[in-house]
Unconditional design. Structure first.
Length: 191
């Protein structure tokens, strides 16, 4: 069973090194340690290796300065919604944004990651007028205003369409702690 613990430790260290390469990862006391977490395989009971102890330090005190906003335009008979982040010079490596839109007016037909400065994406589309995504960029991250992703919608009804950013949206600093530095977010209206 020792190999499954070793596998968990290796995966944890690999993921951490992708998003926090400035941290030094050292083999110590039967575990791997870093300044932001510790995975210790020696504290496991001898008869099982199914769980691993994780501990974290407190987050640093960073200013919440990042802005997340939406911009809607019409292009090729479709409504294009750009999701834009401005970290105001602080390095970020993750944007998590649940969005809602007027499903009686619009239908999502395409998601475009090609114009994004981010390189890794997870998304979840709900046909009831919401879409959520997580965009990630390994260190050193991104520190300038950029498009995170773009969505294209087909117009299926009359009237304006409202786009909103969920209150649980996050813009995480590339600080080794995943500090949420989102200060404000704003939606958009398409008419």
């Amino acid at each position: 069973m020792k190999s499954s613990t070793t596998g968990i430790v290796i995966i944890g260290v690999l993921l951490a090194s992708i998003f926090y390469p400035s941290h030094q990862f050292l083999r110590a006391e039967g575990g791997f340690s870093a300044s932001n977490f510790f995975i210790n395989s020696t504290n496991l009971p001898q008869e099982t290796t199914d769980s691993v102890e994780l501990t974290a330090e407190l987050e640093p005190n960073l200013n919440k300065v990042a802005e997340l906003f939406l911009h809607a335009t019409t292009t090729d008979n479709l409504v294009r919604l750009d999701v834009i982040v401005d970290p105001h010079g602080q390095s970020i490596n993750l944007v998590n944004a649940p969005l809602t839109y007027s499903s009686s007016t619009l239908r999502l037909v395409k998601t475009d990651y090609d114009s994004s400065a981010f390189s890794l994406f997870l998304s979840n589309v709900d046909t009831a007028g919401s879409v959520s995504f997580v965009a990630m960029q390994p260190a050193p991250g991104i520190n300038t205003r950029t498009i995170v992703t773009s969505f294209y919608f087909e117009v299926i009804g009359q009237g304006p369409a409202l786009f909103t950013v969920g209150t649980d949206a996050e813009v995480m600093a590339n600080d080794g702690f995943g500090t949420n530095i989102l200060a404000k977010s704003s939606g958009a209206i398409w008419e």
